[in-house]
Unconditional design. Structure first.
Length: 331
């Protein structure tokens, strides 16, 4: 729809540069107000997005903390069981040769199933995976890997501040030096480190589980009368418990490192959301100033004494534009 100015108002408007500027002022102020309203809405949308992103990151951090607590608890149970076993009965150190000897010297099989069990146990003990598992259990070591990621200095400073329960303002200052790209890359490296350790321990874990099942079945078949089998079973059980305790401890530390990095992401996203929320409010105030300029300039067009009103409208518009530029560049 085309907007026209009444002929009476045109006749009353001076056909000078001042009159043309006065006529265009309401239009310009309306455009400025519309732009500021759009910026305010855009900033509020970004604030809401950052809040939603922070909620997702907090959920991921909660998952990692749950893994950390569960694995710490499992490790403590394994360690306590091994200590209780050591305190109750005499448990010699693990000897792979004793395991093979006990399997070979077990009482003669009374059935085909017993013979098959003995064959499977000896094959598992001699397999490469079984040899690796027994070697690690004997030494009390884990497969290579399992070290936590060394974060960049700025990320480490923020992590240290968070772990030392520093104030939110101090953490915010430190997080200002951490870019989203660096933080995302650090999280990805920490997750890859945990996945690599899982991949390194998976064959050993499977071999230990297989040996544990076969040795337990052999002990059930041989009974308590076979001292060699009973001793070998206790050796393997104690070594398995201590290995599992050490593995759970390392896995828990890896999950803890990932959880702490996710917590930094949550704080970073919340700080960004607060910033966009403040900017939205300031752009809204600038829009109100521009709308005030529209109203005043409209009155100026209808008034006899236009200079003062036009000056007020122009001042309101200039203040709104300058304020919006300041908010956009400095906040």
């Amino acid at each position: 729809m085309k907007v026209t100015i009444p002929q009476e108002l045109k006749a009353d408007m001076p056909q000078t540069a001042f009159g043309k500027v006065l006529t265009a002022t309401p239009v310009v102020m309306a455009v400025v107000a519309t732009m500021l309203a759009g910026l305010a809405s855009s900033e509020m949308t970004r604030a809401q997005y950052d809040r939603a992103l922070a909620a997702q990151q907090q959920s991921k951090a909660g998952d990692q903390w749950s893994f950390f607590q569960a694995k710490r608890l499992r490790g403590a149970i394994q360690r306590n069981t091994a200590d209780l076993m050591q305190a109750t009965v005499e448990v010699p150190p693990l000897d792979p040769a004793a395991l093979r000897s006990a399997a070979e010297q077990a009482s003669a099989p009374a059935s085909a199933d017993s013979a098959k069990l003995k064959t499977e146990l000896l094959a598992a003990l001699e397999s490469p995976a079984g040899q690796q598992a027994l070697g690690l259990m004997k030494k009390g070591e884990l497969p290579p890997g399992g070290t936590t990621v060394a974060p960049p200095p700025e990320v480490k400073a923020a992590l240290d501040a968070m772990e030392n329960l520093r104030s939110d303002q101090e953490i915010a200052v430190l997080l200002a030096d951490v870019t989203l790209a660096v933080l995302d890359e650090t999280v990805a490296v920490a997750r890859d480190r945990a996945l690599d350790f899982d991949a390194a321990t998976r064959p050993v874990n499977q071999a230990i589980d297989q040996l544990d099942s076969l040795i337990s079945r052999q002990a059930a078949v041989a009974g308590l009368a076979n001292a060699a089998v009973a001793t070998a079973t206790r050796q393997f059980t104690a070594a398995r418990l201590r290995y599992a305790a050490a593995r759970y401890e390392v896995e828990a530390r890896l999950n803890q490192a990932i959880a702490n990095l996710y917590e930094l992401q949550v704080r970073k996203s919340n700080l960004s959301a607060e910033r966009h929320h403040r900017r939205s409010q300031q752009f809204f105030f600038g829009m109100l100033g521009a709308q005030a300029g529209v109203i005043i300039s409209t009155f100026a067009m209808a008034a006899r004494q236009r200079n003062v009103l036009w000056a007020l409208a122009a001042a309101a518009g200039l203040v709104a534009v300058a304020f919006a530029i300041y908010v956009y560049l400095c906040m």
